[in-house]
Each structure stands twice: as C-alpha cells, then as structure tokens.
Design a protein. Structure first.
Length: 218
C-alpha cells in the first residue's frame, strides 16, 4: 500500500512539475503509460463495507497531528511487512520481528534526518558526534511502547509491461511511545556525546544547532 501511494504521488508530482516548468526546463523524462499502479483487491474492512483507515497511507509524523493522537503526547512508528503471498505469512512477520530493535532503527533515522537538517552543509564537522548519539540510542533497549492498531491490504502489482506480477498481502502495525520517554533517551545520548569536547568553534556551533533541533523533539 505504501509503495502504491508513493508511486501515485510521485507520478502526480512529475506531471505538475513538468506542466509548471515547461518554459523553464527541458523534461528529463516521462512516466511510461505502460506502468500500471497497484490495484487494491482486498483489505481488512472490506467485508464490512468500510473504507481503509486514513493512517494506513500516511506517514507517522502526519498521523501524530490528527485528532486521534494530537493530545496524546506520543511518537508514532509504523511498520510494514514485506509482500507475502498469504495473509498468514504477512501477519506472521508482525509477530516475529523485534519491536524494540525496529523502533530503535526508526528513531535513528529520524534523529539523523533532523540532525542533518540542523547542521545544513556542516554535517561533516559533527560526524563523530552524531555517530556517538546514534550509537547510544540504538544500543539502548527501548521500552514503554504500545501497539495502537494494525491493518492488512491485498494489492495486485504489475510489471513494467503492465502485466499482473502478483497478488500480495501487506500487514501494517502502528506503535506509539511516550514523547517524554524518547526525548529523555535522546537527551541522555546527547549528554554522553558531549563528554568529548568539540575540536573547534565551528564544530561547537554546529553541535549547538543540532542540540537545539533535537531538543524540540522528533
């Protein structure tokens, strides 16, 4: 589902971009008309004639701002199983994967993304510092997370020639963790990394920007 949404979104963006910039830039290429978007065949609510919940196609940071979660003061993490030929196979993945490890990996991605944005073009000045922060986060076993909900979809995928390539299931699970818990972990990781003093005023300034950005939360 997530892959399908991304394909649809990128295709729409490409059309808009080419239309708006026709007099400025030469098109780099167009999307082949043969490429077919995945089609939904079945989903968890279909037998009750209900729609797919909105969270299934949204990113966690968007879901956090919805009325369902805005006042809960939590971070959300969405996990998606690999495509499976059977619903049981997709669901089995959600029971077997390590939630703490996967959450730590996703926290790492969010931290690196926010730190890189704060450092702008100076990320090279804090590579060791950022590595220390991330290492502490990923080596800490996260606890206090809660399963919010889950959902499954069955999609028909197509190959480059537009021929059916598989009717596969995907299982999605939404987890939450207290912002207070995760923010404290990040601040502890920053404090540990600060034990190694910056080697220059430039590094010190970049570190400060990163700390300020991370103190605002993920």
């Amino acid at each position: 589902m997530k892959k399908a949404i991304k394909i649809m979104f990128l295709a729409a963006v490409a059309v808009i971009a080419l239309a708006g910039c026709a007099n400025k830039l030469k098109p780099l290429g167009t999307v082949s008309s043969k490429i077919k978007k995945p089609e939904m065949l079945d989903h968890k609510n279909l037998k009750w004639d209900k729609p797919v919940p909105g969270w299934v196609a949204e990113e966690p940071n968007v879901i956090e701002k919805t009325s369902d979660y805005k006042g809960k003061d939590v971070y959300l993490f969405k996990f998606e199983s690999p495509r499976s030929k059977s619903l049981e196979g997709a669901e089995l993945w959600t029971r077997d994967f390590s939630v703490p490890s996967e959450m730590a990996r996703m926290v790492k991605v969010r931290v690196e993304s926010k730190a890189a944005a704060a450092a702008a073009g100076d990320k090279d000045k804090i590579e060791g510092y950022l590595e220390d922060i991330v290492k502490t986060i990923t080596s800490t076993k996260l606890s206090g997370f809660k399963k919010e909900t889950d959902y499954w979809v069955q999609m028909r995928y197509f190959d480059a020639d537009g021929n059916p390539d598989g009717d596969d299931y995907t299982y999605l699970v939404l987890y939450s963790i207290s912002k207070k818990t995760l923010d404290k972990l990040i601040q502890n990781a920053i404090s540990g990394a600060d034990e190694d003093k910056p080697k220059s005023e430039e590094e010190k300034a970049v570190r400060q920007r990163v700390k300020e950005a991370l103190s605002e939360g993920l």
